[in-house]
Write a protein that binds this ligand. Structure first.
Ligand SMILES: Cc1cc2nc3c(=O)[nH]c(=O)nc-3n(C[C@H](O)[C@H](O)[C@H](O)COP(=O)(O)O)c2cc1C
Length: 209
């Protein structure tokens, strides 16, 4: 074999070998991705179920909240999305409460992601923070494991409080602010109020779901 032919065959052999390894590596990556995707999906569902059970007491439903949902157009409702996925709590087929995620866009450090539960009459059953970037020691008292502040929304509604009361005390309302941190609680109070307005606007449609 000439030197040139020998070089050519070595190059093509190395190319094939490299291609083979690349194929094997991408196959293994694909397999790992496929396997972990199920696990991630499962964990996300578990997290969501845990959040839902915190904002809707178990006495309010005998159905599978994750499987019983409806999309409601929320364009212009400032919930953080144009379509809102509403989880429906039913007792013997009848809607007893709903839950949905919403966003307070104006936290001190940006958006605060929330979930709230509302009974069929429009009373808050619970609110929880799903994600935020507020300052530790200042704005993070919105987390239930840091303080009970988030529980102050329980049983509140648009009917049992005036619009003026739906504010932090510093602004003349009912809700405590934190010492040295008013922006975070103010953002959440406003978001929960918008959430209740959204429910009220779609109450008939939701209860007929
Ligand atoms: C470093 C730093 C971090 C802060 N983090 C927060 C926060 O997470 N949430 C908050 O409400 N205020 C935070 N504040 C305080 C706000 O700037 C503001 O002074 C406070 O919320 C009072 O707002 P008010 O003037 O509307 O009453 C922080 C201030 C500093 C200097």
């Amino acid at each position: 074999m000439s030197k040139l032919a020998d070089l050519k065959s070595r190059v093509s052999y190395q190319g094939l070998l490299l291609g083979g390894f690349a194929l094997l590596a991408s196959g293994l990556l694909g397999l790992a991705d496929y396997n972990t995707r199920d696990v991630i999906q499962l964990r996300m569902e578990e997290d969501l179920r845990a959040s839902l059970t915190q904002v809707i007491p178990h006495t309010f439903y005998d159905n599978n909240l994750l499987a019983d949902t409806t999309y409601i157009d929320s364009t212009g409702e400032q919930l953080g999305q144009d379509k809102t996925l509403v989880y429906l709590a039913r007792l013997e087929g009848k809607i007893s409460a709903v839950s949905f995620r919403l966003v307070a866009p104006d936290g001190y450090s940006g958006a605060i992601s929330l979930i709230m539960g509302i009974d069929k009459e429009g009373n808050v059953l619970g609110v929880r923070v799903l994600a935020h970037a507020e300052t530790p020691g200042l704005g993070d008292k919105i987390e239930q494991n840091k303080s009970n502040w988030i529980l102050s929304f329980n049983k509140r509604s648009l009917d049992n409080m005036t619009k003026k009361q739906w504010a932090v005390k510093k602004d003349g309302g009912e809700f405590d602010q934190f010492s040295g941190a008013t922006i975070t609680p103010r953002a959440i109070v406003n978001a929960v109020y918008r959430g209740l307005e959204f429910f009220k606007r779609h109450q008939v449609e939701l209860l007929a779901s």
